[in-house]
Design a protein around this ligand. Structure first.
Ligand code: NAD
Length: 506
């Protein structure tokens, strides 16, 4: 059995790839377990320096790497370069600056009641991290958690998606070239069976990015041990167009946010709520602009490429058919392109979308802009939040203050005002979802701490013979009662006086 890869552009066979067996996965986990302490013992600055080789490789060979990702996914080379590759050196650079501060031992306050003591918080590597990644951004969504886990001092096993094995091999090759200590970073090609084996192997955390259905299986496997799991799942992101939205930017934002990567993006715009007073103007402009988009293969330098694999087209067709049956109207596009080979689908606008339709309730993951007319922003916000998903969202208005207020009320992990998608590329902003979109955060400070265990340490420097709270209790109750009351009333002096009395009584 092997993975067979076909081009999304030409549908030709591109190669066969090994499916790592369960036995091989378990062996890899054992090797990672042995390698982990050595990597953790290397000082952070040296770990960062080692990983910097990758940053330099990506800068030098960026265009070539981007072409390979585009061959695998079908996405425009501009997308591979800017949304896949770019973020990896940017994240490395960010962590080179910030990681020493984020991971350093931190001294925290100790109550005055604990005289002679100091308190610290330390972060130490978890051990072996399993990363399971999807096909839609196969490079970035694997490499950012992988590098974060390595920087935090863990050994890593990555299982890339079977849909994009060329990128899996590309990442393996790049990581091999930077010569990390043996078995610190292992990339295992394979399908769902390999992923399932990895969740059962001897690992200390599972970082999963993919569908809700698989996420539930991963969480169930993690619960058996139990070990921590982070789930980065789907989305149905809301895009709220207020009455005073800056029209041209809003229309272009909706097109890019909904159609980039052919709409196959967890943070894709999947529900556009338009206030009725601006509805016709907005939709007319959207229709005018969508016609200007070009569709084609990566090498053709078009705006929109093919979808990445055939079953995704079926999901889009099913959602559109269901919506039409329930009263929606396709007002642009709506069909697979059949006059050329490849998995090309017309960029689509569908109006009169409402709850109860698959295209409203479920993640579509295709080049479709579903539009919902609303009375006002309150209704838009209510509908945006009344949904199973909560990954990202955006609000479009000329009033920044009101935009920020609405963004603050959106139930999601990241919200933008007059912008779309981009926040995910800011290495300082934590990323992750709420509700069915998952939990846990990566990127930013949380993105490193999430791959560490936290340890609290208290040190007694006074080294007295005992403590006032220790045995024996005889005769201490009146003093303790006073200490209790003084403390709760914020009267520290009273508490300290009683402590001194206890000590003198000895
Ligand atoms: P998927 O769930 O089908 O597969 C994801 C990965 O899980 C693949 O590597 C697959 O081989 C592996 N897998 C399959 N069965 C498994 C099992 N039983 N145990 C362990 N691993 C298993 O998802 P997909 O189709 O590759 O990705 C698309 C989904 O990912 C969409 O829902 C999208 O929204 C979501 N996504 C989320 C984010 C995010 O950051 N929140 C980012 C990108 C994609």
């Amino acid at each position: 059995m092997s993975i067979q890869k076909f081009s999304p552009v030409t549908e030709e066979h591109l190669g066969d790839f090994h499916i790592t067996t369960k036995e091989e996965v378990l062996e890899a986990a054992q090797r990672a377990r042995k390698a982990a302490p050595g990597w953790a013992a290397i000082p952070l600055e040296r770990r960062l320096k080692h990983l910097d080789k990758l940053r330099k490789l990506i800068i030098e060979e960026g265009e070539e790497i981007a072409r390979e990702i585009s061959k695998d996914t079908g996405k425009p080379i501009v997308d591979s370069l800017m949304t896949e590759l770019m973020s990896v050196p940017l994240f490395l650079e960010y962590y080179q600056k910030e990681a020493p501060d984020i991971l350093k031992t931190q001294k925290v306050k100790t109550p005055i009641l604990f005289p002679g003591k100091s308190s610290y918080i330390q972060h130490y590597p978890m051990g072996v991290i399993a990363i399971i990644s999807p096909w839609n951004f196969p490079f970035q969504l694997a490499m950012v958690p992988l590098l974060s886990a390595l920087i935090a001092g863990n050994a890593v096993i990555l299982k890339p998606s079977e849909v994009t094995p060329l990128t899996g091999m590309l990442m393996k090759n790049l990581m091999d070239r930077i010569n990390l200590p043996k078995d610190v970073c292992q990339i295992l090609m394979g399908d769902g069976s390999t992923g399932a084996a990895l969740t059962e192997a001897d690992v200390d955390k599972i970082f999963f990015t993919g569908s809700v259905a698989t996420g539930k299986k991963v969480m169930a496997a993690a619960a058996k041990k139990p070990i921590p799991v982070e789930l980065e799942l789907g989305g149905k992101d809301a895009f709220i167009v207020c009455h005073d939205a800056p029209l041209e930017r809003t229309v272009k934002g909706a097109l890019w946010g909904g159609l980039i990567n052919c709409g196959q993006m967890c943070v894709s715009v999947e529900r556009i709520f338009v206030v009725e007073s601006i509805y016709d103007t907005f939709v007319d402009k959207l229709k005018e602009e969508i016609q200007k988009l070009t569709i084609g293969a990566p090498e053709e330098q078009c705006d929109i490429g093919p979808m990445t694999f055939p079953s995704q087209i079926k999901v889009v067709e099913q959602h559109l058919a269901d919506a039409l049956e329930k009263g929606a109207k396709i007002t642009h596009g709506g069909k697979k392109i059949t006059d050329r080979p490849g998995l090309f689908f017309e960029p689509t606008i569908i109006e009169d979308v409402k709850p109860g339709m698959l295209i409203y309730d479920e993640e579509t993951f295709g080049p479709v802009l579903p539009i919902i007319k609303v009375r006002n922003e309150h209704q838009a916000l209510k509908m945006a939040n009344d949904h199973q998903y909560g990954l990202t969202g955006s609000v479009w208005t000329s009033d920044h203050k009101r935009g920020l207020e609405i963004a603050s009320k959106m139930e999601c992990g990241q919200a933008m005002v007059n912008d779309v998608v981009l926040a995910v590329g800011n290495p300082a902003l934590p990323f992750g979802g709420v509700k069915s979109s998952g939990f846990g955060r990566y990127h930013g400070k949380e993105g490193l701490l999430g791959f560490t265990h936290q340890k609290s340490i208290m040190v007694d420097r006074a080294i007295l013979s005992d403590e006032p709270f220790w045995f024996p209790y005889a005769g201490k109750l009146p003093h303790m009662t006073k200490i209790f009351k003084s403390l709760l009333k914020g009267k520290m002096l009273g508490a300290v006086t009683e402590l001194v009395k206890i000590r003198r009584k000895k």
